[in-house]
Design a protein around this ligand. Structure first.
Ligand SMILES: [Zn+2]
Length: 227
């Protein structure tokens, strides 16, 4: 654990891409969330944030739906227009709806370090369902720690790319109650072209599906999302 903390501190301070099990990650830290960005897939690997009722009682709407290039990421950087015409929409990992009480925080959710290519049905269907569920849980339980991340097929299976950006096969989301750590919810959402329902999964299952990307597991452990 100490070694990991040191690595993460290095990433944070020097902004150097470090290869953690062939997963070159950079930490892009914001008030709204922390994004562990994967320079290989050009997607966030894991985005972590806290969520309580105060964070989403605002109903504030963004002035633009465009994503701003996150300059904390090293070049060549993904741009908003890179997904234009690809058939995929720009999906939030940390939802804008989780940060709608403060203009600055809301704007931060529209940074490219918080963006992944999503199908429209995933974005406005099962992924949105999970986002809504988390807010219901935060109302009920108080402060939650939440993480959302990307899941990719093995490279040998041919990962679909648009403009050099890998398209996740699925997304996961995990929420844990900060007062009762035994209260934990994990969902798996397919990035599919037809409607699917989010699937509730166990920690063991989550570890299995993200295992090829071991750094993602370490990040979840580091933030206390899993033990
Ligand atoms: Zn609870």
């Amino acid at each position: 654990m100490r070694k990991l903390v040191l690595l993460l501190a290095l990433i944070c301070l020097a902004q150097i891409p470090l290869s953690l099990n062939a997963q070159p990650l950079v930490l892009s830290s914001h008030k709204a969330y922390d994004s562990y960005y994967d320079l290989y897939t050009r997607n966030p690997a894991v985005v972590v944030w806290y969520l309580d009722f105060e964070d989403f009682k605002g109903n504030m709407k963004p002035t633009t739906r465009r994503f701003k290039t996150d300059t904390q990421l090293p070049p060549p950087r993904v741009k908003d227009k890179d997904l234009k015409g690809s058939g995929y929409v720009r999906g939030h990992l940390c939802p804008a709806g989780d940060r709608d009480t403060d203009r600055g925080l809301l704007k931060e959710t529209y940074l490219t370090s918080n963006m992944s290519p999503m199908t429209m049905v995933c974005n406005s269907g099962s992924w949105k369902t999970v986002e809504d569920s988390c807010r219901v849980l935060a109302k009920r339980h108080g402060k939650l720690i939440v993480a959302a991340g990307t899941i990719f097929l093995d490279d040998s299976l041919g990962v679909h790319k648009v403009n050099g950006i890998s398209v996740p096969a699925a997304f996961f989301k995990i929420a844990r109650c900060t007062t009762h750590p035994e209260h934990m919810w994990i969902w798996l959402v397919q990035n599919s072209w037809s409607e699917t329902k989010p699937v509730r999964i166990s920690v063991q299952c989550l570890q299995q599906v993200i295992q090829p990307r071991e750094a993602s597991i370490s990040i979840l452990k580091y933030h206390g999302l899993i033990d």
